[in-house]
Design a protein around this ligand. Structure first.
Ligand SMILES: Nc1ncnc2c1ncn2[C@@H]1O[C@H](COP(=O)(O)OP(=O)(O)OP(=O)(O)O)[C@@H](O)[C@H]1O
Ligand SMILES: *[C@@H]1O[C@H](CO)[C@@H](O)[C@H](O)[C@H]1NC(C)=O
Ligand SMILES: *[C@@H]1O[C@H](CO)[C@@H](O)[C@H](O)[C@H]1NC(C)=O
Ligand SMILES: *[C@@H]1O[C@H](CO)[C@@H](O)[C@H](O)[C@H]1NC(C)=O
Ligand SMILES: *[C@@H]1O[C@H](CO)[C@@H](O)[C@H](O)[C@H]1NC(C)=O
Ligand SMILES: *[C@@H]1O[C@H](CO)[C@@H](O)[C@H](O)[C@H]1NC(C)=O
Ligand SMILES: [Mg+2]
Length: 670
């Protein structure tokens, strides 16, 4: 019994002795941060205020060392072989360039603390070109190398190696670890700015050196990254110093050790990861480096932005480019900006297309700010000739306001393009009603008669009532727009004028619409109020008969509406000429008046045609129509037209779609 007790005590004593011996500062230690530690430092090395061991601070071509203050007794008496030992440390490498970092750091065991002869750069502050590989170095090291040096047969620029007296590693491996579960190698970037842990274990019996590493948040893997057998008894001296060495070259980095533990003949105590200090953010040098990198990037981005802006401005300028000359200044209020018109019509989208005639396409639009509805007529026009006069007239017409005219709001000019802005008429043009296009209902007689009056009233205004005579030049059903109260308004006035001057000043063009053109126009090429009256006459017939000015008689032959009505009159069946769509519901007196007036207006002789004032008087029944016998009108318009040089056969074929005819004046005959 007592002996057992003694034994028990003995055990306790020996255990406590062992604890004391392992607790010996020189046999085992742990630094979870270096604040207050008395490491011996040299070169660039320092302990930062936050407790990091900074071996190099990013300065180029420096070295730094840190030693445990006391030499270690590795050799175990009595046989003098090197004991088993174990080291762990946490390190981090911060470099400004993610791809370049230099040169690395190493844990070492060396016989001296005098490394003044060692070189920085690839020598890692451990050796020099004189002593590299010399067995008298007695240096054991584990290197963390971030530069591939071919002289030293480095495997890559991110490796960990076991070095004995030599920078040429005994064994090396790409930095990383073998995952416990999968056994797969996971690479770690040494200069990732992340703290990583390294374990170095030496087994005296097996003379085996194992090196393992892991990210800071992972425990040590079972499988070491490096494992080699080497009898360190021949290398390590007694006593020996342990510590870290680091160096930079042209390429530099900040090398840090965050924590360190050591165990002689025992496991290195665990480092308390939670106590480790934060790594610094990139320092001043780094910031200037960052400027070096960021400034060019910034400049490039800035230049790119400037170029893009210029490009957009140019594109915008091209897209919205306008023509504006000095003489237009006075028309300022009548000028629209192209951008506004572009926006109003949603970029002249097809869905806003109202229709197109011989001069160009008409788009519906809504002005951006006022939300005012407009119709924009896009006229392609290359020649500058007559433009000035035309704009002057357009603007003067724009100043006119009459209930039977479509208000011209203004214009815009671009290269090769003229845009005229009108009031939008939601009911569209008269032709659509006459011919039942777009599902429009046909108009009854009183509406038609009303529209005829409106148009004659508008035309009277243009010819006689405004300051200066304005010739419309293109009176026809499609240029009469229907107001909300089913009254007519004349649109498109004066546009033909723009085209009257050909590129050759000797030739003039007859512009207007075939079928509405007075025969003398071919001869004289000169538009007069009487040429408008002629067109108006055809227009009256068109509205009354519901027929196009050039009718298709049979398959091949064509018939002028004028001739057709005349024929009915001669045969005494004038009523048969009235539009059958009216189904006989019309005022016979008014319809006959309209037909006769139409024929009178479209008389081939200008002196027989009435003026618009007279036309108004006839229509208002203030004056009776002059007694005319059909024999007085014994002409055939078709023959006349042909003798004047118009050929309705060709014309009607080529212009049936656009109802537009531009012909060179045939002043010299056919
Ligand atoms: N102010 C407007 N409001 C509403 N619709 C319009 C307006 N102006 C024109 N339109 C529509 O646009 C269509 C095309 O007009 P445009 O003037 O281009 O052709 P046109 O009158 O047939 O021929 P021309 O070129 O000889 O005038 C017209 O048929 C009409 O329906
Ligand atoms: C690095 O340390 C050296 C002294 O070793 C000092 O002169 C230098 O200014 C330090 N550089 C930085 C960026 O802290
Ligand atoms: C360190 O070593 C060098 C030669 O390598 C020697 O000149 C110098 O005196 C030594 N310094 C100390 C403090 O021993
Ligand atoms: C080295 O690693 C091997 C394989 O895991 C293991 O068997 C051996 O005990 C280790 N030796 C030391 C010194 O850790
Ligand atoms: C790997 O296995 C060892 C031994 O089983 C264990 O101590 C360690 O925590 C494991 N590491 C990881 C990362 O799971
Ligand atoms: C290691 O080397 C020492 C000294 O040369 C020797 O005494 C020892 O036996 C060697 N150990 C092994 C395991 O070979
Ligand atoms: Mg028109």
């Amino acid at each position: 019994m007592p002996s057992k007790k003694i034994m028990f005590f003995k055990l306790i004593i020996s255990l406590s002795l062992a604890a004391r011996s392992t607790g010996n500062e020189d046999d085992q230690f742990v630094y979870s941060g270096f604040t207050g530690s008395n490491l011996a430092l040299d070169g660039n090395a320092r302990i930062t205020p936050s407790g990091l061991l900074e071996l190099t601070n990013g300065t180029a071509r420096v070295k730094g060392h840190a030693f445990h203050p006391n030499p270690m007794r590795f050799h175990k008496s009595p046989d003098g072989t090197v004991q088993s030992f174990s080291v762990s440390f946490v390190f981090a490498i911060l470099s400004t360039d993610p791809d370049l970092s230099g040169h690395g750091l190493a844990f070492f065991i060396a016989p001296t603390r005098n490394f003044s002869a060692a070189f920085p750069t690839q020598y890692l502050g451990l050796f020099s070109d004189q002593n590299n590989g010399d067995p008298n170095n007695h240096i054991f090291a584990v290197e963390l190398d971030t530069i591939q040096n071919y002289d030293l047969e480095d495997i890559n620029s991110n490796h960990i190696g076991i070095n004995i007296n030599n920078l040429h590693s005994v064994q090396s491996h790409d930095a990383g670890y073998y995952s416990n579960q999968s056994g797969i190698f996971e690479r770690l970037a040494l200069n990732s700015h992340e703290a990583m842990q390294v374990w170095v274990n030496y087994d005296r019996e097996a003379i085996q050196i194992n090196v393992t590493m892991a990210p800071i948040n992972l425990a040590k893997s079972e499988r070491p990254l490096l494992s080699t057998t080497f009898n360190l008894s021949t290398v390590i001296t007694s006593p020996a110093y342990i510590g870290f060495s680091s160096s930079t070259g042209t390429v530099s980095a900040q090398h840090y050790v965050l924590g360190w533990s050591f165990g002689m003949d025992s496991l290195a105590p665990p480092i308390d990861i939670s106590k480790l200090s934060e790594l610094p953010r990139l320092g001043q040098k780094a910031q200037s480096m960052r400027l070096h990198i960021l400034l060019p990037i910034g400049i490039v981005v800035f230049l790119f932005a400037v170029t893009a802006t210029i490009f957009l401005l140019i594109r915008r300028n091209l897209r919205y480019a306008e023509l504006c000359e000095d003489w237009e200044v006075e028309y300022g209020p009548h000028r629209f900006s192209y951008k506004d018109l572009f926006d109003a019509t949603e970029g002249f989208k097809d869905k806003n297309l109202l229709g197109g005639g011989g001069f160009g396409k008409v788009y519906k639009g809504v002005l951006p700010i006022s939300r005012f509805n407009i119709a924009v007529k896009k006229v392609s026009h290359d020649s500058k000739q007559g433009m000035k006069e035309f704009i002057a007239e357009i603007v003067s017409i724009g100043r006119l306001q009459h209930r039977n005219l479509v208000q011209l709001l203004g214009y815009c000019r671009r290269k090769g393009e003229l845009l005229l802005v009108y009031d939008y008429m939601p009911n569209g043009s008269l032709d659509k009603y006459l011919y039942g296009k777009d599902g429009k209902p046909t108009l009854d007689w009183s509406q038609r008669f009303q529209i005829i009056k409106c148009v004659s009233n508008g035309l009277l205004y243009l010819h006689e009532e405004c300051e200066k005579t304005i010739i419309h030049r293109d009176i026809k059903a499609s240029n009469v727009l229907i107001d909300t109260e089913i009254s007519g308004r004349i649109g498109d006035f004066g546009l033909a004028r723009l085209y009257e001057h050909g590129s050759d000043p000797e030739t003039t063009h007859v512009v207007g619409t075939i079928g509405y053109l007075a025969p003398e126009l071919a001869r004289t090429g000169k538009a007069t109020p009487f040429t408008d009256v002629f067109s108006f006459g055809v227009f009256i017939l068109e509205v009354t008969c519901g027929q196009k000015p050039i009718m298709k008689d049979t398959e091949e032959s064509h018939l002028m509406l004028v001739d057709w009505v005349l024929e009915h009159w001669r045969k005494g069946s004038l009523n048969d000429a009235v539009d059958i769509k009216l189904q006989g519901k019309y005022d016979v007196g008014e319809a006959c008046l309209a037909l006769k007036l139409g024929l009178l207006c479209s008389h081939p002789f200008t002196n027989i045609r009435p003026t618009m004032r007279q036309v108004m008087q006839y229509l208002n029944k203030e004056m009776p129509l002059p007694e005319l016998m059909p024999t007085h009108l014994s002409f055939c318009m078709l023959a006349l037209m042909q003798s004047e040089g118009f050929n309705p056969y060709i014309i009607s074929h080529s212009s049936s779609a656009t109802s537009f005819g531009t012909m060179s004046s045939l002043s010299g005959g056919r």
